[in-house]
Design a protein around this ligand. Structure first.
Ligand code: FAD
Ligand code: FES
Length: 280
């Protein structure tokens, strides 16, 4: 870490965009090469952590890291275009420079997940921070139990990481279930909310953990259903995408009860935050 970064955690590292893929409607996958000390700072980041990315001249916003730490030179982020920062990022091209602050927040306890059956539930862009969990499990398959992935989107055009579905399906002891709220003319899979899919898949809570990310309303109803299916609150992990300003516990923007999502989270168990997750 450089002296400048040691003294001021708000100073971003620089990153060069080396690959940009259109992944879904209004969602791009950015591959970023870390420059000026960023490699050292990010080299041991963990699944579930996030970073603030700046589109210079537009501002900065938090994004979950969508790649598992492998090659320490690169990070990947899936960015859905919503407002000024995400639009600014979408308008950049290969070779452009962005700012990166991080890695921030806590992470999924992957060691604790070993030996457990895992149910991964991703809704829309909420699947992005879950991809490193899936990648970590698939890279070390024998040390984890059965992997059940429930992957949902409002529309087929909004499903992310579709080009990895075949690899997920082909992995041992791994099942991928898809659903969309609204089909198009090509869709032949299930239609309905992810809660309907979860009820149908009906995973056993025995020796199992769940990991969910998606819009707040989805997390709320998935949490209620998991309780009905016999999961205890401490068996269920969620990662939250609350609105943030500083990302380092200074401004209080991301508070959830007594917790600050940016430093105490974004990963929590429902035992920690379940009662605070109301639909919005
Ligand atoms: C820990 C964390 C991880 C995240 N990971 C990702 C990711 O991997 N990919 C991704 O695309 N996005 C992710 N987000 C959400 C992302 O930070 C916001 O979409 C982004 O801040 C929007 O910035 P903007 O300037 O483009 O939009 P703005 O101009 O700030 O807002 C545009 C619209 O989006 C709404 N909005 C902004 N932020 C949020 C939010 N956090 N939740 C709900 N509505 C919001 C605003 O109210 C407004 O209506 C994450 C957020 C957090 C906190
Ligand atoms: S975003 Fe400032 S305290 Fe969490």
């Amino acid at each position: 870490m450089s002296e400048e970064h040691r003294q001021n955690p708000m100073v971003p590292y620089l990153g060069k965009l080396v690959e940009i893929k259109d992944m879904a409607a209004e969602i791009k996958l950015f591959r970023v090469e870390l420059l000026n000390g960023g490699r050292e700072a990010f080299h041991a980041y963990q699944p579930g952590q996030f970073a603030f990315i700046s589109a210079f001249g537009q501002g900065e916003a938090p994004f979950g890291m969508a790649s598992a730490a492998g090659d320490p030179r690169f990070l990947e982020f899936a960015v859905q275009r919503l407002g000024s920062v995400t639009t600014g990022l979408h308008e950049l091209g290969v070779g452009d420079i962005v700012g990166l602050r991080g890695p921030l927040g806590n992470h999924f306890p992957m060691e604790k997940f070993k030996g457990k059956d895992l149910v991964v539930i991703g809704g829309g862009i909420g699947g992005a921070p879950l991809r490193p969990v899936i990648q970590t499990v698939l890279a070390d398959r024998v040390n984890y139990g059965r992997l059940t992935i429930l992957w949902a989107a409002r529309h087929p055009s909004l499903l992310i990481f579709t080009d990895e579905f075949d690899a997920w399906r082909a992995a041992p002891d791994t099942t991928l279930h898809l659903t969309v709220d609204r089909p198009d003319e090509h869709w032949t899979g299930p239609v309905g909310l992810v809660t309907e899919l979860l009820e149908k898949v009906n995973p056993s809570p025995e020796n199992a953990l769940t990991i969910t990310c998606g819009p707040p309303v989805m997390i709320h109803f998935v949490s209620q259903l998991l309780e009905k299916l016999g999961f205890l609150p401490e068996q269920n992990y969620v990662t939250l995408e609350s609105r943030m300003h500083c990302g380092i516990g200074k401004c209080g923007r991301c508070n959830l009860g007594e917790k600050l999502v940016c430093v105490d989270g974004p990963v929590f168990t429902l035992a920690e935050v379940g009662r605070l997750l109301e639909p919005v």
